[in-house]
Every structure is written in C-alpha cells, then in structure tokens.
Design a protein around this ligand. Sequence first.
Ligand code: PLP
Length: 360
Amino acid sequence: MIYLDYQATTPLAPEARDAMLRWLDGPEGTGFGNPHSSHKLGRQAAAAIEAARDKVASLFPPGGKVIFTGSATEALNLAIRGSGNKGSVSYSAIEHSAVGDTADAAGKSHVLNVSKEGQCNTAQDMPNDVRMVAVMQVNNEIGTIQPTIDWHRKAKEAGALFLVDAVQAYGKITVTQADMIAISAHKFHGPKGVGALWVRDGVELNEVQTGGGQEHNLRSGTLSPALIAGMGAAAALAKERMEEDAAHTLALWNRAREMFDGWVLNGSEDARWQGNLNIRKDGLDVARLMSECRDIMFSAGSACASGSGRPSHVLKAIGLSDKQAKSSIRLGFGRYTTIDEIETAANAINKAAKEQEQWG
Ligand code: PLP
C-alpha cells in the first residue's frame, strides 16, 4: 500500500501517539482524569492540556489564545457564527465547505473570485457591509498559497475581521497574520477529533455551544487530554522539522513532476505547497483508474467532494469544465513518503492511464 492522500489526513507521528498513551492509560491507570476536576488526577490532566496549548500556540503569531475544539470545522463554525451576523461574510470561491456552507447558513455572504491558477487576489470589491473576510492559507484541493497578508490589510481597511483556514498550512509553512485561524491536528500528523481556533487578543466572540463554559466560555464540553497531548506533540515536532519536512516534500514534488510528464497541472506552479499535486489528463476515467490502482491511496478531486459524484467546486472555480474536473486526480505526500513510493505509484498510474488511452 502506498499512501498519497496527505490532504485528506496524515499518518499519526509516533511521537504524537506516545504522548497520547499517557492520557489513555497512565502509570497504574491514572491517565483518565477529567481535566476540569480540581483533584490531583484532574489537575495533572489539566497541566498536560496547558503544556500542549503552549506547543500549539508557538506556531501562531504572538498576541492571541488557542481554543481547543473537536475539529477545524467546529473552529470555523465558532469563528463565523460566534462573531455575530450583522453584515456580510466575504469568502474565496475555493474555501472548504466548513467556511462556505457555514457563512451561507449564518447570514449574508459573498464569494470572492479566484484566477485560473487558484489565486484570490485583492483587486476585487467586497460588499459595503462586510463584517468578515475568510481566505484560506493553502488550498486543500490544488495546494495554492493565497496572498493572506494582503487580505489581512484589505479586511482591516474595510473594518472587517479576517479569518484564515490554515488547516493545510499549519506545521508546514509559517502561519499568516489574521484575527482568527482554524487548524486541525490530523492534518499535521496528530490525531483526528481535535482542532483549534486561534483568536487574536481583543477579538470579541460569543459561544456557539452552551454548557459547562470550558475554553474561556467559548467551547463548552470536556476536553480530551489524550487528543490534545497528541496535538501538542505533533505541533512541537512540526515546528522542529519544518525546514527538513519542506525540503523533503520539495524533493518528492520534483520527482513527481518528472514522473507525471504529459499531465496538466491544476493550480499554480509556484505559489503552492509542494505536497499537493493535482493533475489531469483529458478523457481519463478517474473512477476506473482508482480501481485499477487500488493499492495506491490517492484521491479524485477532494476527499470531501469525491464521494458525491459532483465535480469539485475548486476545480470549477479555476475554470475547468465538468469533464476536465472529473479527469483530475490529487496526490498528497510529505514527511513519511519516500521517493521510491512516488516512483512506484507514478509508474502504476501512468501505465493504467496509458492503457485507457490505447484501449478506451
Ligand atoms: N479546511 C480545510 C482546508 C480542510 O482540508 C479540512 C479537512 O479536510 C477542513 C477545513 C475540515 O477539517 P476537520 O476535518 O478538522 O473538520
């Protein structure tokens, strides 16, 4: 099996797994304490959460707080719904549905265009009543890096909050400046079921989920020490290895680009995270390709859209026809991928694609 679906999820780092075990078992079964209890077991679990919070915070800009959530989707809901509904939310056409659908459901919304390369540039109008701008840092389907520094400035000029979905950026590149930033542990070699919203000091938010008042009254619900400890360890590791991981990913990208000669790249050649290769071949039957290469874990479009049978909204937004979008595949790789795996996968995919061309 060769795993090339790093945008859907990443393999759990052994270091993150080790950090979690203490809070599942613990010495003589003492790892299960409720971090909100005031006795010793509870305080130990709470201390582990605070240590992890510091590690997660160290990859964010200074001057804000980390609110743990159950996922990035939950963090984005808290940011969009918790910041009120007076005015419009402007979001880029290639946002994840956790932003787009939430902004549409929460009140007035407006879509910002992207170029053929998938760049959302700031030379476009926003509604006069804009209250929030949401532009992701790295796109999950085509890997483009957005000009978030410019959008931050433009949002401030318009008197709006700036929200960044940094799910595919955190732990890989320096996280941008913003008012709120959402992340998810399983995208940087941490466990599934835990995310966070970073909130700049001074930004007013209301709770979306009522209950015990945990996380500064913003996210009620008992925190999971094991998941959060795993997220903290994954963040610390990502920080330590950021340059090494990026250099390794670039080497994988260069080899993949050579091997997938004759395919068309979707997205930008330069403004991108190199761990994402979204390519197409006219007339390709992707479902058939995937069944012929079933030992290679890759994706048709995005993991979310691929089950639906609908062409991806991201590929449509960059101007691809339905047919072109449906003949696209996404390969995602990174820290634990080897050059050998890229070569083996590329040979198998190219062989299967060529047979389709030859024999129909
Ligand atoms: N935003 C982006 C860019 C994503 O890639 C994903 C997951 O695929 C999400 C948000 C949602 O993250 P989570 O799985 O933590 O809800």
